[in-house]
Write a protein of this length. Structure first.
Length: 184
């Protein structure tokens, strides 16, 4: 399961990076066109808005997989490692619920604007494309978060609620993606 989620998250991130790169190129060309020949790219703001939303949505699963979200551990740093794992598991479940709610509302929004035939102001692109494009990234992010939660709970159970032994990874998720070796 982890290999599937990791591979899918990597491909989503690569696609998101490509979309972000294209949006950046459109922006540069538009600004240069505006500055040099007074002709920006028609609809560049709409392209940027839709493209960056898609880019972020596609990169979220990789961020979740790499535990790249901000963690405030001020109140939990004195807890045992096992208790921190349980709190991390709870956090993963909560963020999965948030991803699922966002995906659901994005899908409902896509259906609503599709039925209303809403389009962008300048280019006249169907708005439902933008909403629908968010759903796959959000759902994959939720799947990754739920998988991480299961791994955290199983790591806690395997330890019997105690600290990890000598030579064992400090965090259950490190078994799957060990941190890079420290340079000497």
């Amino acid at each position: 399961m982890h290999i599937f989620l990791r591979t899918a998250a990597r491909w989503f991130a690569l696609l998101g990076a490509a979309v972000g790169l294209c949006v950046g190129l459109v922006t540069v060309v538009s600004v240069l066109g505006r500055a040099t020949v007074s002709r920006p790219i028609f609809g560049d703001v709409e392209i940027t808005q839709v493209g960056m939303a898609l880019c972020i949505s596609l990169c979220l699963p990789w961020c979740q997989l790499k535990r790249g979200n901000i963690i405030v551990d001020f109140f939990t740093q004195r807890l045992s490692q096992a208790r921190q794992w349980l709190l991390d598991a709870l956090g993963s479940v909560l963020i999965a619920i948030l991803y699922i709610l966002l995906a659901w509302r994005s899908a409902v929004g896509a259906q609503s604007v599709h039925e209303a035939f809403e389009t962008t102001m300048i280019l006249g692109l169907p708005m439902w494309w933008a909403y629908a494009g968010l759903v796959p990234g959000l759902l994959l992010s939720a799947a990754v978060a739920l998988w991480q939660s299961a791994l955290l709970v199983s790591g806690f159970m395997a330890q019997g609620g105690s600290e990890p032994g000598v030579g064992e990874p400090a965090h259950p998720l490190d078994r799957l993606d060990p941190p890079p070796p420290e340079s000497a």
